[in-house]
Design a protein around this ligand. Structure first.
Ligand code: JFZ
Length: 592
């Protein structure tokens, strides 16, 4: 693997919270067994914030629902009164677990204490909890533990270990307690966090994992103390990457961020069904079942777990649009679950235009999002395929493999039925002779296109350490210095004339984008120049939150098959909005 790729993937890893210690840790490997098999879990954000549900004193409060106390700067004295109104009489733990099970989810992570400091479980460490401070007087975590046990679902707890807006000495409440120098975090940590984590791991039976969150400026010693406490009390309980300082058992991606490439580490991404974690009565921006199914397959194809969130109401009901979508995902999982459970990452380090690939020891699962019609082609698979069939229904498929020694191109062609078995994701199974192995170089695809992803390029120039880095999606960020440039090596089997298209990313929710950058692209001595302008949106297959923009730069010629180098050198970069050149990829599209 080239240094550029290694560096890029390391940068992507750094961009993801946490990292694991190198080398094999037998205890950690054992803890991870069920989690690697599961691949798919339910996140539940439920707390006092479900009462205001995004509105405070008649005002709609922007942002995610569980942050309303912070976003509206609600004083503790006012917010804590919500506890006396919290009486989720419609809460039914078995009904919630049934929604998760029907969707094909294998574990549930529920907010035991979010940043607002309110414990959704009976706690002796703080009276600010659902049993002592509400008319409900029940412990829903106990009921959920029993329901999960009956259904064979792992129960896990989210716990906010640094932010606690109810406590003077914790992090985050700057409106009641503005002077951080007066805060004794260690006192808060020792008297509330440690005792409550101990309660969670003592009173609710076997727990699958503790999902710590927003470590902020917690010390490494305190992060380690939490990880050790969890593993002492329940050796098989996992610790999420957001415990801080890389001492978690696996990495946590940023919210709604899906890592890229064949990621060779254990990671998980939390994803919302709409735009909020905690219930908001006016947020109806629900993702379609098609997007959810494709995200699930995409995350699994990169070796990760997909933790999909529901935000129940103050009455204890999971909103109907959530239940309906999860049921649709469950119908797909009922047919295709073996292509998700226990799979590992694709053998290819880059994205493919038609969909994604998950892998088992002698199988590849081709998740085809865009059905090609009668013939499917795949380049770069070096392993022999013994058998191919549709996972839905088992229909056998004819496979033809060739290796062109002149261009060193491995091609595989499969004859398909005209119609896709599933509109969202049709799975083709390839049974291979041994562990599936692929070429790791960037290849021209069967449609003659070449995609050069930002995270697989090599950064050059600038002064000292490059500023450019790659976010959890592999998209370039902080590329504001035009002296920094990138290049890629790639392999072409069908030379000719290509249109050079730059794909850049808008900011989250598509609110903002920065164009006008001047760039030069050079391939085989051919140099073209152009400006990055918005020439249309490109569907971002794995995430509607981050729309992509296409900018045609011009035409280049590649005269012979084999390995070539493309260099992208900015002439100027607009960075008034601080986004800079948010490169997703450089695409070469064969001119007709
Ligand atoms: C955190 C919480 O603040 C939020 O309320 C929710 O619980 C979410 C699942 O986790 O939000 C984050 C934390 C980390 C990142 C983004 C949002 N991140 O690393 O990009």
């Amino acid at each position: 693997m080239s240094i550029g790729i290694r560096w890029a993937l390391a940068a992507v890893t750094v961009a993801i919270l946490g990292a694991q210690t190198p080398g094999v840790d037998a205890a950690r490997e054992k803890r991870l067994e069920w989690w690697r098999e599961a691949r798919f879990g339910m996140f539940i954000h439920w707390g006092l914030y479900a009462i205001p549900a995004g509105e405070w004193k008649g005002q709609q409060i922007e942002g995610i629902g569980e942050w309303i106390m912070n976003h509206a700067k609600i004083p503790v004295a006012e917010y804590e009164k919500l506890a006396s109104q919290f009486n989720p009489v419609k809460f039914d733990a078995d009904a919630w677990v049934a929604v998760a099970k029907r969707a094909g989810m294998k574990y549930i992570v529920i907010t035991s204490k979010h940043h607002d400091g309110f414990a959704m479980f009976g706690s002796k460490a703080s009276k600010y909890n659902i049993v002592d401070a509400t008319p409900f007087h029940r412990d829903p975590m106990k009921e959920l533990a029993a329901a999960c046990h009956r259904a064979g679902i792992k129960l896990c707890f989210y716990y906010s270990q640094s932010q606690d807006w109810h406590e003077k000495d914790a992090i985050g409440n700057t409106w009641d307690w503005p002077d951080d120098t007066q805060k004794n975090f260690q006192h808060y940590f020792d008297t509330k966090v440690v005792p409550q984590v101990r309660e969670l791991l003592t009173n609710y039976g076997p727990i699958g994992l503790i999902w710590f969150d927003t470590p902020r400026n917690i010390s490494k010693e305190n992060s380690q103390k939490l990880a050790d406490l969890v593993h002492q009390l329940q050796p098989n309980c996992l610790v999420s990457g957001r415990v801080g300082h890389g001492v978690g058992d696996y990495d946590s991606a940023g919210d709604n961020q899906i890592s890229v490439g064949n990621v060779h580490r254990d990671w998980e991404t939390p994803v919302t069904l709409n735009d909020t974690w905690g219930f908001k009565k006016n947020d109806n921006n629900w993702k379609s079942p098609e997007v959810l199914i494709r995200q699930l397959a995409t995350v699994a194809s990169r070796g990760g777990n997909y933790l999909l969130n529901v935000g129940p109401t103050a009455e204890g009901v999971i909103p109907a649009p959530s239940v309906e979508r999860l049921a649709e995902v469950g119908k797909w999982m009922k047919v295709n679950r073996e292509s998700i459970y226990g799979t590992s990452a694709t053998p290819f380090p880059y994205e493919l235009p038609w969909g994604v690939i998950t892998r088992k020891p002698s199988k590849l699962y081709l998740h085809v999002f865009r059905w090609p019609g009668r013939e499917f082609s795949l380049y770069g698979l070096k392993t022999k395929v013994n058998r191919a069939y549709l996972l839905e229904g088992g229909r056998k498929l004819t496979v033809r493999q060739e290796h062109d020694s002149a261009s060193d191109n491995y091609s595989l062609r499969i004859q398909l039925p005209e119609r896709a078995p599933d509109a969202a994701d049709s799975v083709i199974v390839l049974e291979t002779a041994g562990h599936p192995d692929a070429m790791t170089s960037l290849l021209q695809q069967p449609d003659a296109s070449v995609t050069l992803p930002a995270y697989l390029g090599t950064v050059h120039g600038g002064s000292g350490m490059p500023q450019v880095r790659f976010d959890g999606r592999g998209v370039a960020e902080r590329w504001v210095d035009p002296k920094e440039w990138m290049d890629w090596d790639f392999r072409v089997s069908s030379p000719g004339e290509f249109q050079v298209v730059l794909i850049t990313s808008q900011q989250k929710y598509g609110r903002d984008w920065e164009g006008g950058h001047r760039v030069a692209v050079e391939v085989e001595g051919h140099k073209i120049e152009g400006t990055v302008t918005d020439q249309g949106k490109v569907e971002n297959p794995s995430n509607p939150y981050w729309p992509y923009v296409r900018s045609v730069i011009g035409l280049v010629r590649i005269d012979k098959p084999g390995v070539h180098k493309l260099a992208l050198r900015p002439g100027s970069i607009e960075s008034a909005k601080k986004f800079g050149l948010t490169l997703v990829s450089v695409d070469l599209v064969k001119a007709q």
